[in-house]
Structures are given as structure tokens and as C-alpha cells.
Design a protein around this ligand. Structure first.
Ligand code: NAP
Length: 522
């Protein structure tokens, strides 16, 4: 069995004491073990801050961007090996594995390009100078400089590659050293990525550290110049928000958490149209991909009453034909859930949905699956629910079933649909499908305060729009309320989390000389 190590203080450490075991979720075969017992977390943090941070801050944006490009080159050269690990430890089909691994690479390339475009400088200037007195020569500018601590990243189990790199790329480009911790259950892929990067020697000393397992006392050593970016459950987020460094010293925390995303069909869209097919395809993808273990997946489908039956029929057709099983088998489209705890959680969530909706399809204990020994693995088959009374229902708006499950319900008006969506208490992304401009605009505006991102589908984009489940580096990822209240990516906007914005006031010509130009989109 592989023994994972942590990379801290620019050296590998094998943990002591009790180990956590990483499994293949389709077969329950043990693949690796890990422990962080005995690791000196304070020394790791000091090394990242003092060595990694100091080195990164001396590099220009172009040089940091070149570093990201080198990371991409190394990971891309080992793409096949990484995809295999994603299949075995993540329970991903090969396509699901590509979504994670290629998503990581695409994000690295995007931020490498941002670095190149910012060029040979180490400073960002937020907007034009502001005149502050009657005499125009007294003015102010806003500058952005990297915080001098470390960026600690804690990731969820579902995207070990993308989660690792979408956070690390932004922090490194901003000039902050990273200490990254993947979720333990699927850490094998992220671990191998780290091994490859260390072996290829593409990172400045101390720029990237890696914790394979528990964070020990690391978080208790964080201070006001450090930042913590977390993706995972709302429950863990609440615990992290109670850390002294946050409560007493205002250390920044960014949280990406749960979400009950919706798809809303406009009254103008009829079955058989491009927009209709687009919506059915997007929902099917989100239920199938990573067995629905995607924070951006559509959980609720809101349609006009006259379309509900057609929608349920179309989805039953699509979801009912998906083959569930061991993702190592090429015929399989839906793999297992990641572990026993998630399986139990999904089963309990489905029971809650059963209580208020009709289960059209779905099996919490499927058997005779391709490549699976009966009784082994963490499988469910896709669930489709039909809800008669969306306003009376509760669980469907409040309980995120983190698996392949979706519920169809109807809405009566823009206001009704917006109110139903808002009962999710804030979401990452929802999608509207309509070619009726008035409806589409009203719906988008009604949804916007409750969402970090909205996508508008329709006949004009149906042929080429990626579904709402795909997070693109140029657009912000995050959402209010239940979704965590955080924000990641969004091009240069993502850098702000790692930078201090400082207003500088003084003699205008001098300020212009010190801090020339004006960067946009921060
Ligand atoms: P989780 O239990 O909160 O774990 C997430 C991460 O936090 C893991 O790396 C975990 O490490 C770590 N962790 C847990 N307790 C910790 C503590 N006391 N101190 C430090 N680290 C701690 O979440 P999950 O069940 O794995 O993930 C599923 C949830 O994540 C879903 O609700 C989903 O919606 C959400 N999610 C959100 C996004 C997004 O972008 N908004 C993306 C993906 C997933 P260990 O694995 O070592 O316990």
C-alpha cells in the first residue's frame, strides 16, 4: 500500500501514529494510507511565510505566471497517470476524471496567461487616481500588495486536482505561498501531483507545501497576515470561522460550501426546441457527472405547470438509461459515491425527499452492477423526484443531497420561481432557459442577489454553451448564504483575496510615478 507523505519546509515527511486509509470506492480495496502525526506545523508555516513568501514577492507577475505554466507542463505530461488515479481513488469515470484533471490544467493555463499579461511588475493599481481636494495635485490611488503570511487551502473530496490548482494558481500569482490540504479520502491524486512538481523542481522553495491528512495544530498558528480558503461542508466552515485567528485577528477566510442550485425553464420554451434539449442535457450531465457530487450541480428544476409532465418524462428517459457501476468498466456512466459516510448521507437525504415528492426513478441499494461485487462499493442509481407542491415542500429547498438526485417542480410566475430559489438560502449557480427577453431579464435580476453566478440558456447558445456545472476561471465562483459567502477565480478579481488594498493619498504627480497605470477588473 502506498504511504502518502506531506511536503513541508521544502522536505517530505512521513507521518507517525495511526493512519487514515484511502480506498477505491467501487471495490473498497485499500489503496494508500496517510498520517500527519509528528509533523511540525508551526515550522511548516514559518517556512512558507519566510522563505516562500519572500521569494514569490520578488518575482514579477510574468515570472509567477511562467511558474504556473511550468506546473501545467509537468501535470499535462503526466495526464494519463493522473486520470488513472482519479478513476481508482475518486470513483470517477474517465470523463469525470478529465473534468477534474483537465479543469486543473485549464485553470493553470488561464492564470499563467494573466501573469504574462501583467508583465514585469510586482504591483497592481486598482483603478484611476481620484482627485481629493480643490487643487487637482492632491489625489489618491488604490494599490494592491501581497499579504506577507501564508495561504492555507483546504479542499473538498470531489475535485482533488481542480480544487488544488484553482486555489493555488491564484494565490501564487498574487505572490502568496500556499499550504494545500486535500480531503483525505481522495488525496492520492493531489499527492501524486505534488510529487511530480517537487521532482520536476518547478517551484520556488517554500512556495507550495502539501498536507496529506489532518491539519494537526496548523490552524491555531495562523495570524492576521495569513488567509484560509476552504471548500467543503457548511458544518466544517462554521468550525473554521470560530478560529481565534479569524475571530480575534480578522484573518481572512473564504468559504465555498453547499448549494441547492436550480434550473428554470421559461414559459416560451417548448419540448423539442434547442433550449429544451439544452436544459435536459445540462440536468443529465449534472446528475451523471461525478455521481452528482458536484457543488454546482442542478438539484431543483422549476418549470411552468404545463411542462412538468414532459420534463419528468424526458429526464426519466435520460437518467433511467445511465449505466451505474465500476468506472473502470468503459460502459459505465455513473460511478460510486466517494465513501461510506457520503453513501449514508445520500440515502438519508433521499428518504427526506421521498417524504414530500414522488420518486420516479432511483435505487439506494442497486445490485448486479458492471464490474462490482454485490455488496461492495458505495453505489446508488440516479434519483428523479416529481414534487407536487413546491411551496409546501421543505427538504427539497434546504437539504443538499450530494449525489445523483434531482427534483422537478412547477412555478407560477417570475416572483414565485425567485422565491422558491431563495429558499435555498443562497446558491453558487442557477440557470435560466428562455428566449423571451423580458422573462429572461426579469428572472436573472430576481435571482442575482441569491447567486454567485447565473447562466442564460436559449436557442442561440444551446449548441456550444458549457453547462452551469462548469466553473470557468474568467468568471467568479462562490455564492452568498448557504453557499459560503465566498468568491474565487473571476480572472484578476480572484487575486484580491490574497492582496491588501491600500489607499494612498498625496502629491498626484508623485503617486502617478510610484504607481503608474490603472488595472481593471479587480
Ligand atoms: P468536509 O467534511 O467539510 O471536508 C472538507 C475539507 O475540510 C476536507 O479537506 C477535510 O479534511 C477538511 N476538514 C474537515 N474538518 C476539518 C477540521 N476540523 N479542520 C481542518 N480541516 C477539516 O466536506 P466534504 O463532506 O468532504 O465535502 C462535501 C461538501 O463540500 C458538500 O456539501 C459540497 O457541497 C461542498 N463542496 C462545495 C464546493 C464549492 O465550491 N462550493 C465544492 C465541492 C464541495 P479530511 O478529509 O481530512 O477530513
Amino acid at each position: 500500500m502506498i504511504k502518502l507523505r506531506s511536503y513541508a519546509g521544502s522536505a517530505w515527511h512521513e507521518g507517525q501514529g495511526e493512519s487514515a486509509i484511502l480506498l477505491n470506492p467501487a471495490t473498497e480495496e485499500p489503496l494508500a494510507e496517510t498520517s500527519t502525526g509528528g509533523l511540525d506545523f508551526k515550522a511548516a508555516l514559518d517556512h512558507a511565510r519566510d522563505v516562500g513568501g519572500a521569494t514569490l514577492r520578488k518575482l514579477t507577475f510574468a515570472e509567477r505566471g511562467a511558474c504556473l505554466r511550468s506546473i501545467y507542463d509537468v501535470l499535462y505530461a503526466h495526464r494519463e497517470e493522473l486520470l488513472d488515479l482519479s478513476v481508482s481513488n475518486g470513483g470517477n469515470t474517465r470523463n469525470d476524471a478529465k473534468f477534474d484533471v483537465d479543469g486543473a490544467n485549464y485553470t493553470l493555463l488561464a492564470y499563467a496567461a494573466y501573469g504574462k499579461s501583467l508583465g514585469d511588475r510586482t504591483l497592481l493599481v486598482d483603478g484611476e487616481s481620484e482627485r481629493l481636494a480643490r487643487n487637482p495635485r492632491y489625489a489618491g490611488k488604490h494599490i494592491l500588495t501581497p499579504l506577507q503570511g501564508a495561504a492555507v487551502h483546504i479542499n473538498a473530496y470531489n475535485f482533488p486536482a481542480w480544487g488544488f490548482m484553482e486555489k493555488a494558481a491564484v494565490a501564487l500569482l498574487a505572490g502568496m505561498p500556499v499550504i494545500s490540504k486535500p480531503a483525505t479520502s481522495t488525496a492520492l491524486l493531489a499527492y501524486r501531483m505534488m510529487e511530480l512538481l517537487v521532482d520536476a523542481d518547478v517551484l520556488p522553495q517554500g512556495a507550495l507545501s502539501f498536507i496529506a491528512g489532518s491539519t494537526g495544530d496548523l490552524l491555531h498558528h495562523l495570524g492576521p497576515q495569513d488567509v484560509l480558503a476552504f471548500t467543503g461542508s457548511g458544518a466544517t466552515a462554521r468550525h473554521l470561522r470560530s478560529l481565534d485567528a479569524h475571530v480575534q485577528s480578522s484573518m481572512r477566510i473564504n468559504v465555498e460550501a453547499d448549494s441547492l442550485n436550480a434550473a428554470i425553464l421559461g414559459p416560451d420554451v417548448s419540448p423539442g426546441s434547442e433550449a429544451w434539449h439544452q436544459m435536459i442535457r445540462d440536468i443529465t450531465t449534472d446528475v451523471r457527472q461525478k455521481a452528482g457530487q458536484k457543488c454546482t450541480a442542478i438539484r431543483r428544476v422549476l418549470v411552468p405547470p404545463a411542462r412538468r409532465e414532459d420534463c419528468v418524462e424526458a429526464l426519466e428517459d435520460q437518467l433511467g438509461s445511465l449505466i451505474v457501476g465500476n468506472p473502470a468498466d468503459a460502459s459505465v456512466r455513473v460511478g460510486p459515491l466517494v465513501n461510506a459516510a457520503q453513501l449514508e448521507d445520500v440515502r438519508a437525504g433521499v428518504e427526506a425527499l421521498d417524504a414530500e415528492s414522488t420518486r420516479v426513478i432511483g435505487n439506494a441499494e442497486p445490485s448486479d452492477l458492471p464490474g462490482v461485487e454485490n455488496g461492495r462499493g458505495y453505489f446508488v442509481s440516479p434519483f428523479l423526484f416529481d414534487c407536487d407542491d413546491a411551496n409546501a415542500a421543505r427538504a427539497v429547498h434546504t437539504r443538499e443531497v450530494f449525489g445523483p438526485a434531482v427534483t422537478v417542480m412547477d412555478y407560477r410566475s417570475v416572483e414565485d420561481a425567485a422565491a422558491l430559489c431563495a429558499r435555498g438560502d443562497g446558491a453558487l449557480v442557477s440557470s435560466v432557459y428562455s428566449d423571451d427577453r423580458r422573462f429572461a431579464r426579469e428572472m436573472l435580476l430576481a435571482l442575482a442577489p441569491f447567486h454567485g453566478r447565473l447562466t442564460l440558456g436559449g436557442d442561440k447558445v444551446a449548441g456550444f454553451a458549457p453547462g452551469p456545472g462548469a466553473v470557468l476561471p474568467a468568471m467568479v465562483h462562490g455564492g452568498p448564504g448557504r453557499a459560503g459567502g465566498g468568491e474565487e477565480l473571476g480572472g484578476l478579481r480572484g487575486l484580491s483575496f490574497y492582496l491588501q488594498r491600500t489607499a494612498v493619498q498625496g502629491y498626484q504627480p508623485l503617486l502617478e510615478k510610484f504607481f503608474p497605470g490603472a488595472d481593471q477588473g479587480l
